[in-house]
Design a protein around this ligand. Structure first.
Ligand SMILES: Cc1cc2nc3c(=O)[nH]c(=O)nc-3n(C[C@H](O)[C@H](O)[C@H](O)COP(=O)(O)OP(=O)(O)OC[C@H]3O[C@@H](n4cnc5c(N)ncnc54)[C@H](O)[C@@H]3O)c2cc1C
Length: 412
């Protein structure tokens, strides 16, 4: 087996798999359950297409950000159904009006995150909200290229490494339609098996089977990052964990302990962006310029190209968005992913060693995350977050909004 790009640089974006005419690119799984792609030399005809599309060998063009907004869906019901400002969903709704094809990610019944390409409005609900696990983008590269070849326009929303893959594939293909790309700010994705093993462990403990999983459940306001599991047909989650409630996956995810190794060297964690537009949670809002508007579930929306600007202008004609232009550097100073990849805490080493030995997420996490659990326990004793959340949950949203409007008025 021959590597396509250097060890530690393969994001498993799948561009090479798509480009290979011999279908001789194979997935190699490492001891920590990460994976990379490699060439089966027996079948390889040395056409080098895999190397030509590999974003780690041939960097796609990065765009310099042009404008930045604090942004959200004006319709408050739709707004709060999404991960942050509901901008991705707004883009999908616009795409439907234009008969464009669009991509999104949903979890399947094995809790694996897969991309789908569609032009149907009924698929949008499954794409809403963040799935904090590796997602398989290469599933739809073929379909995207075919639609573009037939002259359809395609909207691709995905993680920066996935945007880079589709851009490189389009570069070597003759297409008639336009591809518009939106990259999500991303701090890293764990291998899919970690989530699967974690859910299995809870199923065994609780003697029930889960069918749905949320990382930012809308029932608790997505801005609180409440992790929940649901049994079949249940409206109420059976497993509910707030960020400070010692769920192993939450701890691993939010403390950068469990991403794939390549995410710690991410070449997309910078201010120049690979997509025409970038969306993320707005961190640091109001730090560089006074801001007196909505602060919960606000997205940062960064425009990186003329294509992106035109797209946004057109979206605004069809879908109501609230946009406040902000200094370009504000979201970039507020969110480390605009400046550098996630940094692994020292405990990661032990986690990886234990995972390598036992091939079990729960065992590795239970024996590594105690420091984080102790910190959470202290927070819990102080009850600060829960009390605040309970009060906020008890107040109806319309009252909260009236209260915020009142504060804005008195602040002038
Ligand atoms: C793995 C991951 C890590 C992230 N890390 C950060 C971060 O560090 N800082 C930050 O500011 N923002 C981060 N985000 C972005 C943030 O969580 C929101 O996704 C973003 O603000 C869009 O919100 P929205 O309300 O517009 O999206 P919604 O309208 O809720 O739509 C969700 C969008 O996310 C896509 N999506 C969901 N899960 C995945 C996945 N696993 N892979 C690819 N696409 C996916 C959906 O297809 C859809 O386009 C991350 C998102 C993901 C998926």
């Amino acid at each position: 087996m021959r590597r396509i790009c250097d060890e530690g640089k393969c994001t498993a974006c799948g561009a090479c798999v798509q480009a290979c005419p011999q279908k001789c690119i194979e997935k190699i799984v490492t001891k920590d359950a990460s994976f990379y792609y490699s060439i089966d030399e027996k079948k390889c005809i040395s056409c080098k297409k895999c190397e030509r599309v590999c974003p780690s060998l041939n960097s796609p063009i990065f765009n310099k950000a042009k404008k930045s907004y604090a942004a959200w869906r004006t319709d408050s019901t739709l707004h709060f159904e999404s991960a942050s400002g509901g901008i991705a969903t707004a883009f999908y709704e616009y795409a439907v009006t234009q008969k464009m094809f669009f991509s999104g990610v949903s979890l399947n019944d094995k809790f694996e995150a897969h991309f789908k390409l569609t032009d149907r409005v009924e698929n949008i609900k499954d794409f809403k909200n963040s799935k904090y696990t590796f997602s398989f983008a290469s599933d739809i590269f073929d379909e995207i290229l075919n639609k573009l070849k037939c002259g359809y326009d395609v909207l691709f929303i995905g993680l920066p490494c996935q945007v880079a893959a589709i851009k490189n594939l389009v570069r070597i293909t003759t297409v008639k339609g336009n591809l518009i790309t939106v990259d999500l700010v991303c701090h890293g994705t764990p291998p899919p098996i970690y989530l699967q093993q974690h859910i299995k462990a809870i199923e065994l403990k609780q003697k029930q089977k889960f069918t749905k999983c949320f990382f930012r459940d809308t029932k608790f306001d997505t801005s609180n990052f409440v992790y929940t599991l649901y049994t079949h047909n249940s409206e109420k989650p059976t497993y509910v964990k707030f960020v400070d409630e010692n769920d192993n996956y939450q701890i691993g995810y939010h403390n950068a302990l469990i991403y794939r190794e390549v995410c710690y060297n991410c070449m997309y964690a910078k201010r120049e962006r690979v997509g025409d537009l970038t969306i993320g949670d707005y961190h640091g809002l109001g730090k560089l310029k006074p801001y007196n508007h909505e602060k919960i579930n606000v997205s940062c929306l960064v425009v990186n190209s003329d294509l992106g600007m035109n797209f946004l202008d057109e979206v605004q004609e069809k879908v109501q968005l609230t946009l406040y232009e902000r200094p370009l550097t504000e979201p970039m100073e507020g969110e480390h992913q605009f400046n550098r990849p996630s940094v692994a805490p020292k405990e990661r080493k032990q986690f990886i060693e234990l995972y390598g030995k036992y091939q079990d997420f729960e065992i590795a996490a239970d024996n590594t995350f105690y420091k984080f659990k102790q910190k959470n326990a202290v927070m819990k004793i102080l009850h600060v977050k829960q009390i605040k959340l309970k009060i906020m949950k008890a107040i109806p949203r319309c009252v909260k909004e009236q209260g915020k409007a009142f504060i804005r008025r008195i602040r002038g």
